[in-house]
Every structure is written in structure tokens, then in C-alpha cells.
Design a protein around this ligand. Sequence first.
Ligand code: PLP
Length: 231
Amino acid sequence: MPTADATGVRSAYRSVCERIAGACARAGRDPSGVRLVAVTKTFPPERIRELLVCGHGLIGENRVQEALAKMEALGPGPIWHLVGHLQTNKARQAVGRFELIHGVDSERLGREIERRAAGAGLRQALLIQANLSREPTKFGVAEDRVLPLLELLTGLEHVDVRGLMTIPPPVEQAELSRPWFAGLRRLRDRCAERLGRPLPELSMGMTDDFEVAVEEGATLVRIGRALFGER
Ligand SMILES: *Cc1c(COP(=O)(O)O)cnc(C)c1O
């Protein structure tokens, strides 16, 4: 699905939206409950603009510096999500600039976001990244550490924990990601019950497996290559 020009992005965007709608129909879900985060890392602002003119305004980046440069280039309009891992020493720059920070995976980072958000007089929305497959190289907290981290972070005044995020191990077929996505949904359900508080967002699914993620309850799908072509 390489997209060489603006026409390419437009038709790729339409196709991704249709595939999300199809997955919603199969799962009996309302498509308005799934938001597409267009992941634009490595692609220049001109390519992002091609998507903005299609009427899509939710953009995801995985590096703070790259995101801030693109925010500057594109000006007001888009809503930005930080989808990748955030280093604690970058929290100051990230807080208040992103509608949602997807990859929070430690008490230390959570407390730093709280401190910076308090200093800026705002409340920062975030997701906790769960590493369900326990791959050692991956960011994210192990399943049994998710509830304790949630309990801690939901007690802070300037962070708003909205839900969970995961990146399953790479697989040959999308269907093989299904157990991880279903697992994240069940973990979310258990945690919400224990906390006595809703955790509405599930960030899961990328180019190779987003339809399965939607069938399993994703509310945010993070998609790059299906829109812009290979990086
Ligand atoms: C790059 C990236 C994506 C998008 O991946 P594609 O395979 O291009 O759809 C999603 N989530 C995160 C955290 C990423 O870094």
C-alpha cells in the first residue's frame, strides 16, 4: 500500500476508515467509538497536511522533539498524541502539548508528568502501556503491575488515566494478535472494576492488525504505513 502522492493518501485514508467501519460492523460496535490516530513519524509536515485536508486531524508521533517540530510547522488545528515511549527527562516538554500520552509505564514517569502538569496548571491525560507478552526488550509494565500503577496514578491530581495501551509481539497474521487484544480488554475490565472507575480507552492495533483490534474493543488505533506507505 505505498502512497506516493496526495491522491494516494486520500484513497489510503478512505480505505482505512472503511476497514475500521467494517470491523465495527462485524463486532456490532458504533464506529464513532473508534478514533484513528494517524502515526506520522518520519514523514514530513507536507505529507501530514495531505491528511489534514482530507478532514483528519488526529496525529500521533512517537518522539517528542520530532512532534514539537511538526506542531510548529503545521500550526494550530491538529490534535497530537504521543504514541511512543516517553523518557522521564522529556516529560516537561511533552506535558500540555499532547491530548494523550499513550506509553506511560512507570511510577517515576507518572510522578514526573504529575509534577510538570501541576507546574503548568493543567491535567495531562495518559494511558498505561501494558507489556502482556513480557518481551524483555519492550516498554510497558507487566500485567500484574498494571493495577498497582493505576491505583497510584489515579490518586494524583494532575494526571487523568484514561485507559490502557499495548503493542503485541510481531506476528505473521493479524489473527494471531487477537489474544493479546482480548487480554488487554479483559485486563482493563478487571482494573476498572477494582478501581470503581471507568477506563474508557484501549489503544491497540497498528497497520498489520488494526481490524482485529477494533473487533476486540480498541477505541484508538495507531496507524502509519497503511496511510503513508512504508517508512
Ligand atoms: C510507528 C508506530 C505505530 C504505527 O505503526 P504502523 O505499522 O506504521 O501502522 C503505532 N504505534 C506506535 C507506538 C508506533 O511507534
